[in-house]
Write a protein that binds this ligand. Structure first.
Ligand SMILES: Nc1ncnc2c1ncn2[C@@H]1O[C@H](COP(=O)(O)OP(=O)(O)OP(=O)(O)O)[C@@H](O)[C@H]1O
Ligand code: SF4
Ligand SMILES: [Mg+2]
Length: 346
């Protein structure tokens, strides 16, 4: 088997705060293979951003402390010097953030900022950097790219700004793109266009994508595989069809119920996440889970059980000798047989 593009093992990120230590990401594992899209999904506060920002150590240390193993193309990122990590951040792993407003400098033209990013990583002339920046702007769908090079960020719409951020992320020809809620601030139509663009660029640039969102509806359009996080832990993982057609974890089922086209529960999941300062014993979802029993409330998060070769779940009902079928009764869309999901190939 070839080496995965990214391997994350037992990733744990703790923050020192005035109220004591807080573990935002608690022993998380996942893999991204070359050219695939893995989505991390979970409600606000689950630890998705901290997990992805811990990979390239852009989490501020201190107050943060990142532990565990992160290998990128087989190289141990945790053992790298700051200088080596800077190289990886420029050329190997690129980030796109939720809010392009904050990530762009309003005093410089958009083209200048892309060219500047390029020249930080590559020894190229001003003309060559400009040509490449125009080419990238064109590639991410900015019409009339050559003329738009000299425009300032405020002259671009929200969707166009996110396209510019994608262009900026591509300057180092990354092997892995980490996109943290890149479409959350956009309306649904523009969101769909950006997702389509990412899908096209993934093939063209031959990138793996680690995509973060709280919205399973977005995931359906882009994911190959899904990792469901809750309160710093992984609840379930599987292929996109596994998760949409037979979600195994009660939390995943509830998340799917909140997708308007599937469950129609627009009010969200009842209850709130536990405090990361004082997570519950046992399964972290127990205080909100209608299937919880006494055994769920002791020990740590249940070990993941295999549902199929491509799907694993952290829930005691899937342990050997138990029958999890009662959990399936409330699976969103169970009466219709399966949920409609448009795969990324559509
Ligand atoms: N610098 C920090 N200091 C202390 N706590 C932090 C820090 N950054 C994040 N946290 C806490 O870590 C937990 C996970 O936060 P994180 O931002 O990763 O959630 P998220 O899943 O990305 O949520 P969202 O969907 O809102 O972006 C939260 O409880 C948050 O308050
Ligand atoms: S382990 Fe228990 S509390 Fe956790 S999801 Fe399963 S049934 Fe619910
Ligand atoms: Mg976040």
């Amino acid at each position: 088997m070839s080496t995965p593009l990214l391997e994350v093992e037992d990733l744990t990120t703790t923050f020192s705060t005035d109220n004591g230590d807080l573990t935002a990401v608690d022993g998380v594992d996942f893999v991204v293979d070359e050219g695939e899209t893995v989505c991390i999904v979970g409600e606000s506060g689950s630890g998705k951003t901290v997990a992805t920002e811990s990979i390239t150590r852009i989490v501020k240390e201190p107050p943060g402390r990142v532990e565990g193993t992160v290998r990128f193309k087989g190289r141990d990122l945790m053992a790298m010097s700051d200088e080596e990590l800077r190289q990886i951040r420029g050329n190997g792993i690129a980030h796109i953030f939720q809010n392009p407003q904050e990530a762009m400098n309003h005093c410089y033209t958009v083209g200048w900022q892309i060219a500047e990013a390029l020249q930080i990583h590559q020894d190229v002339s001003d003309e060559a950097a400009r040509a490449r920046a125009v080419d990238l702007l064109d590639r991410v769908g900015i019409a009339n790219a050559s003329a738009r090079f000299d425009d300032y960020p405020h002259e671009f719409s929200g969707g166009q700004k996110q396209r510019v951020m994608i262009a900026m992320a591509l300057v180092g020809d990354p092997d892995l793109l980490i996109a943290d809620e890149p479409t959350t601030a956009l309306d649904v139509t523009v969101q769909a266009q950006i997702l389509k663009l990412l899908d096209e660029l993934q093939d063209e640039f031959d990138m793996g994508i680690l995509f973060v969102t709280h919205d399973l509806g977005v995931v359906a359009q882009i994911a190959d595989r899904i990792v469901v996080m809750y309160a710093g832990k992984v609840m379930e993982r599987g292929g996109v069809l596994d998760i949409f057609e037979h979600p195994a974890h009660p939390y995943t089922q509830q998340l799917l119920n909140c997708v308007p086209e599937i469950g129609g529960n627009e009010g969200g999941i009842p209850g709130t996440l536990p405090s990361p300062h004082d997570p519950p014993d046992g399964c972290r979802f127990a205080p909100r889970c209608s299937y919880a029993e006494q055994a769920c409330r002791t020990g740590g998060q249940p070990e993941e059980c295999e549902v199929s070769p491509s799907q694993r779940v952290s829930c005691i009902h899937y342990r050997d000798g138990r029958d999890p079928s009662m959990l399936r009764e409330n699976t969103p869309g169970a009466e219709q047989g399966s949920n409609e999901v448009s795969s990324a190939d559509d």
